[in-house]
Design a protein around this ligand. Structure first.
Ligand SMILES: NC(=O)c1ccc[n+]([C@@H]2O[C@H](COP(=O)([O-])OP(=O)(O)OC[C@H]3O[C@@H](n4cnc5c(N)ncnc54)[C@H](OP(=O)(O)O)[C@@H]3O)[C@@H](O)[C@H]2O)c1
Length: 328
């Protein structure tokens, strides 16, 4: 049985999630890749316990993470039981529903039927009585938002989740959902958008909506799935996400145009005394608009490297201008 590092809270920063009572670590760990049924269990334990030892108290899942879908929740549940059971009250577990999960008309989208059944299934896989944050994973254009909101409100009142959030909602959809949830008496406390140096859409309206509604945010794919590191500069290394079977980052996605920008960004990072991965993490946190950055990893050393970006979060105006010029 694992025993946590006594100094685990010494270096991590924690920030309030919007106007809620929930504090989140500057870095959280996501289990989208590398926690499925075919992945190495000992490596998963090493990543989770190393993250916790660094003060990462927040672990992010979804019903469909695997493959097979659901296997990441099963593996995390096993690790919670075998290694982290004494620390449950120090840990925030998130899960989501919104993408296709089971056959038939009730295993997808945003109906009350789907969200409540899916969370019940997630809790069984996780071996937990409740999750800390439950998200609607993506907007559903066909289910009335009032129904999805009422399901989230019910989930909190039933004690199966302590807080609720949304992911992949536009600024307009988020504003509407936040207002409905407020009218029900259960605040929507967090948004989980894709955000990194290559994908900056949240700067164009969403961040204002989040501030107006007292919501926090946690960025996903902060390293553009590994592109914003120096690993692809000289080709595609074995064991990287692009070399493996993930349909989400394929070899074709690593274009010469992107690598040209990565090389220039890497030079700025080197001048700052950071790796590009560290600079990309620090860039996410600049200006204090995000509550947390949701890291993915294939090995514990990546988590250690990325969390060390906390030692240099500040940017000069010249650095930010140079980065903007490259990204234009
Ligand atoms: N809400 C949503 O719709 C949604 C969608 C996607 C993701 N997410 C969440 O966001 C989390 C993070 O997404 P992501 O995994 O795409 O994040 P990411 O941080 O953009 O990419 C993580 C990958 O980059 C590589 N990497 C990380 N640190 C590195 C380093 N220091 N040096 C070199 N390579 C490094 C690793 O890949 P390799 O070593 O394998 O190359 C790692 O698996 C997910 O686990 C999930 O929880 C949510």
């Amino acid at each position: 049985m694992y025993t946590a590092n006594e100094k685990r809270y010494d270096t991590m920063k924690y920030d309030r999630c919007g106007k809620s009572g929930l504090m989140l670590p500057a870095f959280s760990l996501g289990l989208w890749h590398n926690f499925g049924s075919a992945d190495n269990y000992d490596n998963m334990v090493d990543m989770i316990t190393s993250a916790f030892d660094l003060g990462i108290t927040h672990f992010d899942l979804a019903n469909n993470y695997g493959p097979y879908p659901g296997s990441a929740e099963e593996n995390f549940g096993k690790i919670m039981k075998n290694e982290l059971a004494p620390y449950r009250d120090e840990i925030i577990v998130s899960t989501k529903a919104g993408y296709g999960m089971w056959a038939g008309p009730y295993g997808d989208h945003g109906s009350r039927k789907y969200l409540i059944s899916s969370l019940d299934q997630s809790l069984k896989r996780l071996g937990l009585e409740y999750v800390d944050i439950f998200y609607h994973h993506r907007p559903d254009p066909d289910t009335p938002m009032e129904e999805t909101a009422a399901a989230l409100d019910h989930i909190v009142r039933s004690g199966k989740a302590l807080y609720v959030g949304v992911s992949n909602y536009s600024a307009e959809q988020t504003d509407k959902m936040a207002k409905i949830m407020r009218s029900l008496g259960t605040p929507l406390i967090i948004h989980q958008p894709r955000y990194n140096m290559f994908e900056r859409w949240i700067e164009d309206g969403l961040q204002d909506v989040l501030a107006e509604n007292g919501m926090g945010s946690i960025s996903f794919c902060p390293l553009a799935q590994g592109l914003l590191t120096n690993k692809y500069i000289n080709g595609i290394p074995e064991n990287s996400r692009a070399a493996k079977a993930s349909p989400f980052l394929t070899k074709d996605g690593i274009t010469p145009e992107k690598i040209e920008k990565v090389v220039k960004l890497n030079a700025i990072a080197e001048n700052r005394g950071q790796s590009l991965a560290q600079m990309a993490c620090a860039w996410n946190l600049r200006g204090g608009k995000l509550t947390s950055v949701l890291l993915g990893a294939s090995r514990a050393s990546q988590i250690t490297e990325n969390v060390a970006s906390l030692q240099k979060l500040d940017f000069t105006k010249d650095e930010l201008d140079a980065i903007d010029d490259i990204l234009k």
